[in-house]
Design a binder for this molecule. Structure first.
Ligand SMILES: [Zn+2]
Length: 326
């Protein structure tokens, strides 16, 4: 059975306190937001992440929802909305998909009744139910089902979902950030969780908190001071160091600047996280005391080639980048 519409969960508005997530039908012919999503899918594909497989598997087929008992059409279960029909239904615990057949691409509803609906009340309910099902065909039915299927089959909070690829920084940096979001980097907390016997898991840099994956590139006092310098250089508001890495990237993606500048800012954010991690390693393993000013210089230096190479302003000079005059 081929579903006619693909529903995808899309983050349509991102602010620290108000994240709006909507389900939008995916049609290849659509423009605007779908064109952008098409681009993201292409990016993922380029990097060997098959997002299409994931998306196809989340299409609602009504295989999780009980037709009469679950609330999926209107605000109450159908057995409450259509009590006379419910009494007639033989399969009271059937799934939504057990009650229709696909014929010539259309959905034909078909129930097994104890007897045909005959009384006025039964016929009236039958007409209403059919009306509701037709109207809902492309609305509630799909949304409700996809919502439940989505929740079960795809981890909506996985990093892949919000992470847009950025080819202005090296794959090494991007991979690091991806792993950090998923707490797969070798922080003290992660090592202890893997069973390593560490004398303590307090951050060696600030000594103020446990060294988790999010602490090193964001919450640590050293990271905070670095982000202050970086955002100052980028001429953007200070990031929320109490949030998650994912939140930070989402915020960067929403900054109201031209597409090119936003991409540069995003690249710098990824670069910053990577360099904070490198700095931490040099401190832990080589005893080097990094300075915020040095780290900032290193971020500028490391991000310049990618921006110069990839951006439309290929002519950007070193000085312009250093002053963030782009
Ligand atoms: Zn720290």
């Amino acid at each position: 059975m081929e579903p006619e519409t693909l529903w995808v969960k899309v983050i349509t508005s991102i602010h620290a306190s108000n994240r709006k997530v909507e389900l939008i039908p995916f049609k290849k012919s659509m423009s605007g937001v779908w064109k952008n999503i098409g681009e993201i899918v292409k990016d993922f594909t380029k990097n060997n992440i098959n997002i299409n497989t994931n998306l196809r598997s989340i299409v609602g087929l009504g295989d999780k929802t009980l037709f009469w008992i679950d609330t999926w059409l209107g605000n109450e279960p159908l057995k409450v909305q259509f009590p006379n029909l419910y009494l007639l239904a033989v399969k009271k615990k059937s799934l939504v998909l057990e009650n229709y057949k696909i014929l010539n691409g259309g959905r034909m509803w078909d129930w097994v009744w104890l007897r045909a609906p005959t009384s006025e009340a039964e016929k009236q309910e039958m007409d209403n139910l059919m009306g509701r099902l037709q109207i809902s065909e492309h609305q509630e039915f799909s949304v409700k089902n996809v919502k439940s299927s989505l929740g079960q089959r795809l981890d909506l909070n996985s990093a892949a979902y919000v992470f847009s690829w950025n080819n202005w920084v090296t794959g090494k940096c991007t991979t690091f950030v991806w792993r950090a979001i998923e707490e797969k980097i070798a922080s003290a907390v992660a090592l202890r969780n893997r069973g390593m016997n560490l004398p303590d898991i307090i951050c060696k840099t600030c000594g103020a908190a446990e060294e988790s994956a999010v602490h090193i590139p964001l919450r640590c006092n050293f990271a905070k001071r670095t982000w202050e310098s970086v955002t100052n250089w980028l001429k953007i508001p200070m990031v929320n160091v109490e949030g998650s890495l994912k939140d930070l990237l989402l915020e960067m993606n929403e900054i109201q600047r031209s597409k090119g500048v936003r991409k540069a800012i995003y690249a710098v954010a990824i670069q910053t996280m990577w360099i904070l991690w490198k700095t931490r390693n040099e401190r832990v393993f080589k005893g080097r005391q990094g300075k915020v000013q040095t780290v900032l210089e290193e971020i500028k230096e490391a991000s310049y080639p990618g921006v110069k190479l990839r951006s439309k302003h290929g002519s950007i000079t070193r000085q312009e980048w250093w002053d963030f005059n782009i």
